[in-house]
Ligand binder design. Structure first.
Ligand SMILES: C=C(O[C@@H]1C=C(C(=O)O)C=C[C@H]1O)C(=O)O
Length: 373
């Protein structure tokens, strides 16, 4: 019985592998076709999203939809690596949420390069040492990541994809109880996302900032009276046990990451555009620019102001709007904004990514079983 079933699994695995080889051959054909058509980016995130969603819904549930996504994520990562190996820079070191986001977006077959700072990720892509870069842009609890905003404003790179990663923090420590902890290490963003938890559970501990959550885990590894706040994956990588899980103040805590490149994405039908503009110091100047979007029927999803860094007390505004810059509505709004603003800079159009459904409540799309289609 057992031997027979295993023989059937072996036969199926052979078939699956033969099919994967055929799939990789077709990916090579597509690479040639893209080269002929002078398409610069072989990587096509919107096509990948469609492949994953179609297959996750097509399954009958005996192989879980999340596993379908995970398997085909790697299949596509491998097929892409035979077309054109991707080099992806991310904010390291290993064990950070940026690494989790990069792996989710590009799979295990991409070549990764960890960078010590957000600016270094921008530099790696700008100099073409990396094809793409993955950086955090905002957190649902803490707001904008200002280093990313400033680098987007100053540089030439464009956003071509976004991904919202649910961020669940753990307390990593070799101490056996909270009372044995003197010092808590973490990145300022993570500390801020767990501020109330720290005040309640570790009121006497000294709080020390580190350059990353993974660097904090290394501190906790070295000292059994220290703890780090970081991702569960950092516990494995840096060999520090988890004492408490889900310690972020807001259960729905999530970070939005963006992929940087030299070109942005084609319209997908559900897009977002990030742009920046400046206004003069006159009454109603900001309102006039915003009215251009309103009258063109363009919905604003985020607005942030940053110091211009050219003159004190002058500001630039970074906004996210719904739609692609090539759409008639947004093209019209941008034309109007160019008249009302001192400058307008488009930082990229890319497919919109939905925030993840809360745990235990599957999104309407994935609920229940669907027939093959
Ligand atoms: C094969 C293609 O190129 C890449 C690989 C894909 C895949 O393996 O399915 C999908 C999109 C691209 O990132 C394609 O564009 O179809």
């Amino acid at each position: 019985m057992l031997a027979g079933a295993r023989a059937r699994i072996d036969a199926l695995d052979d078939e699956i592998l033969d099919l994967l080889e055929k799939r990789a051959d077709i990916a090579r054909e597509i690479a040639v076709a893209k080269q002929k058509a002078k398409i610069e980016s072989f990587h096509d995130p919107e096509r990948e999203r469609q492949v994953l969603e179609r297959l996750a819904h097509r399954g009958e549930g005996r192989f879980p939809p999340d596993a379908v996504r995970a398997v085909f994520r790697e299949v596509m990562s491998a097929c892409l690596s035979v077309e054109q190996p991707l080099r992806v820079a991310y904010l390291g070191p290993e064990g950070t949420f940026s690494q989790m986001a990069a792996r989710h977006l590009f799979g295990l077959s991409a070549r990764y390069r960890e960078c010590a700072t957000i600016d270094a990720v921008f530099d790696a892509v700008q100099s073409r040492d990396a094809t793409y870069g993955v950086v955090p842009i905002e957190n649902s609890t803490e707001g904008a990541v200002s280093m990313t905003s400033d680098a987007l404003l100053d540089g030439q790179l464009l956003i071509r994809q976004e991904y919202i990663l649910p961020v669940s923090h753990c307390l990593l420590t070799r101490a056996s109880s909270l009372s044995a902890i003197d010092t808590v290490y973490s990145h300022p963003q993570a500390l801020a996302q767990c501020r109330l938890w720290i005040a309640k559970h570790l009121p006497r501990a000294q709080v020390v900032q580190t350059t990353s959550t993974a660097a904090a885990a290394r501190e906790a590894q070295a000292d059994d009276r220290a703890a780090a706040i970081g991702a569960a994956i950092a516990s494995e990588i840096h060999d520090v046990p988890i004492l408490s899980r889900n310690i972020q103040d807001r259960p729905e805590n999530a970070t939005r990451f963006v992929v940087l490149g030299h070109d942005d994405a084609k319209p997908s039908g559900r897009d977002r555009t990030t742009l920046a503009f400046g206004v003069t110091h006159h009454e109603g100047a900001l309102r006039r620019v915003l009215t251009e979007f309103e009258t063109a029927g363009v919905n604003l999803t985020r607005i942030e102001s940053r110091p211009s860094r050219q003159k004190a007390w002058q500001y630039v505004f970074l906004v996210d709007v719904e739609g692609h810059r090539d759409s008639p509505e947004l093209a019209k709004a941008l034309k109007g904004a160019r008249h009302s603003a001192t400058f307008v800079k488009v930082i990229g159009s890319y497919p919109r990514s939905d925030p993840p459904a809360p745990k235990g409540k599957p999104s309407p799309k994935t609920r229940g079983r669907k027939g093959k289609g």
